[in-house]
Design a protein. Structure first.
Lengths: 346, 249
């Protein structure tokens, strides 16, 4: 029997970061992710780490920039409005090839929105968010265990590819409590010869004015890394798709609701399965295409107007119909509504 | 050199690169003062300079140190992250007036208020140089810039902000001084202030802030000589030189 601990999703993320060797956390309070900075403020000093409650989200991500440039594992967390403020820093981190982990426990928007979970930040997370030609790896957990496991893995991915890795959770996942088996560190080590403060007289910068094609060349260096990530870092979960006529496609909290709808539909004799992307970037285009081959229809379910929907359509590429069901603004689709939508196809 | 005695040489903390600065610009002087100070306190191989957005964005090409380029105004936050990871290294946040007092005011105040053990060198030339001469928070009343073409009008945009005086309201900073580099006597004083600010950090004393009044002949529309005169006659009366705080005294 493994040691299961009842933890909030936010706490699971924080402890997993500590297990991963993150000793520098910088953040600014915002609901519904406050358990992360609160946990870190107590926990990091216990392990010789540093917690700073920054003066703003902007300052926090730039403290992460500094700690990462200095070669340390570093993290910040926030929720949607705060993540918008961090986009400047994320773009600079991406440009300077600095690894770090950013957690978005997203909430309803736009604007100040509300504090309920929402999936309205998919475009921002997967399309870069900040300015310029760059990518961040985006991992979407669907339960507290996965929050812990993916946060741990995020640090390795960040260091391996020298990229920003974002955990895209939501307010429901951050606030719910579930049993968690704390993951063990991977033991992987990464040489950071590029860091400052180690005697190499290194430069960490993103301004490339000359030669004329200097920035273009640098952008291609980044592109090569992104290509490698697209080849190597794809995660998804298939559920009862083999005999299914219909495929529900959803991530995070929405995917949990879909599973409940599948049970109900199967009890009524309608064969439904689900495909849950775990990496939102890189998106599992090929894998979803394969999973939907020969099926009657895909129903994309999101807590938004439909953002991942665009990636689902790109993946399926017109081979079968793609439908959408979702609700924005911090409300959740119910299993009954999904059941009704699927039954309308019969 | 045969029988000649070497009495002056280029600092070991400087690279061989020629700077891109305009004639009469004082950035190069301030760079040299930092470099010589690092030589003298034996920290050439243990210093990290943070480049600001502004004319000094390429400072890491001229100082032979580790260099990190921060987003506009964020240098004190980046410095904080670096210093917390490497408390034994000297971390220098080099910033201009737009960086430190406009877009980065929050970072400036809070790094100072936390008493981060860093050294902030603030180059105040009363204008935005790199972007072509727009109004700075420190632009003087009546001073013509490309965004105050009839001269800065305080009734419209307020009076210039005095950085040392603001920092001096906070508890944690250990050393605050305003110096100038418009003539050799003042350059000598600036050198002493910068060296002291770096030594404070080396000795773990805490946050030090040195404001250097500087010139921008190109965007002021003056010759180098006239710009030194303008600094003395117009800036110094508004930005008084001297030590605002020295916790050792």
């Amino acid at each position: 029997m493994k040691n299961k601990i009842l933890m909030k999703g936010n706490e699971a993320a924080a402890e997993a970061a500590v297990i991963a060797g993150c000793r520098y956390y910088f953040g600014y309070p915002i609901t519904p992710q406050n358990e992360i900075p609160e946990y870190m403020s107590k926990r990091l000093p216990e392990v010789g780490g540093t917690f700073i409650q920054a003066e703003s989200e902007t300052a926090a991500i730039n403290m992460v920039f500094g700690a990462s440039a200095a070669g340390a594992r570093s993290m910040t967390s926030s929720s949607s409005p705060g993540i918008s403020l961090k986009q400047e820093g994320i773009s600079y981190l991406a440009a300077a090839q600095l690894p770090c982990v950013v957690i978005n426990v997203s909430r309803g928007g736009p604007g100040l929105g509300n504090i309920a979970g929402s999936q309205g930040d998919y475009f921002q997370a997967t399309r870069g968010g900040g300015h310029g030609d760059y990518r961040t790896i985006v991992l979407a957990p669907a339960n507290c265990q996965e929050i812990a496991d993916l946060t741990l893995e995020a640090f390795d991915l960040a260091d391996e590819y020298r990229m920003v890795v974002m955990i895209l959770a939501d307010g429901f996942l951050g606030q719910m409590s579930e049993p968690v088996v704390l993951p063990k560190p991977s033991g992987k080590t990464f040489s950071k010869e590029w860091a400052v403060g180690i005697g190499n007289k290194n430069k960490v910068a993103s301004l490339i004015l000359s030669p004329e094609d200097g920035l273009t060349k640098h952008n291609y260096v980044l592109k090569d890394i992104y290509d490698r990530v697209e080849e190597s870092v794809i995660k998804y979960e298939e559920y009862m798709i083999e005999d299914a006529d219909y495929i529900l496609c959803a991530y995070g909290s929405s995917a949990r609701i879909c599973k409940q709808a599948i049970q109900e539909l199967r009890a009524q004799g309608i064969k439904v399965g689900s495909f849950r992307p775990i990496t939102l970037w890189p998106f599992p285009y090929k894998e979803l295409k394969k999973a939907t081959e020969g099926k009657k229809r895909v129903l994309t379910v999101e807590m938004s107007f439909g953002q991942m929907l665009e990636d689902v359509k790109l993946s399926v590429n017109g081979t079968i119909p793609v439908d959408f069901y979702g609700i924005p603004g911090g409300m959740i689709p119910t299993p009954e509504e999904i059941v009704e939508r699927i039954k309308s196809y019969e | 050199m045969n029988n000649e005695e070497l009495i002056y040489t280029k600092s070991k903390s400087m690279t061989q690169r020629e700077t891109h600065y305009c004639p009469g610009c004082t950035h190069g002087v301030v760079h040299k003062l930092i470099a010589e100070s690092l030589d003298e306190i034996g920290m050439v191989d243990n210093a990290i300079v943070i480049a600001p957005v502004g004319c000094a964005v390429l400072i890491y090409d001229y100082l032979a140190l580790d260099g990190v380029e921060a987003a506009h105004g964020r240098a004190p936050a980046v410095a904080t992250g670096i210093k917390r990871v490497h408390p034994d290294k000297l971390v220098i946040s080099y910033q201009g007036d737009g960086d430190l007092l406009a877009i980065g005011m929050g970072e400036t105040i809070h790094a100072a208020n936390r008493g981060e053990n860093i050294t902030v060198i603030f180059v105040n030339n009363a204008i935005y140089g790199m972007t072509g001469g727009q109004m700075a928070p420190t632009t003087m009343p009546g001073q013509k810039t490309t965004t105050t073409q009839s001269g800065r009008e305080p009734d419209d945009v307020g009076m210039p902000i005095r950085a040392c005086e603001i920092i001096n309201t906070l508890d944690r900073p250990v050393y605050i001084e305003r110096v100038s580099c418009h003539n050799p006597a003042n350059i000598n004083k600036a050198k002493k202030a910068i060296k002291k600010a770096l030594l404070n950090q080396k000795e773990g004393k805490g946050y030090s802030f040195v404001e250097v009044l500087a010139t921008c002949p190109t965007n002021w529309g003056l010759t180098p000589k006239k710009s030194y005169e303008w600094l003395e006659s117009t800036m110094i009366p508004y930005y008084p030189l001297g030590v605002f705080r020295d916790k050792e005294e």
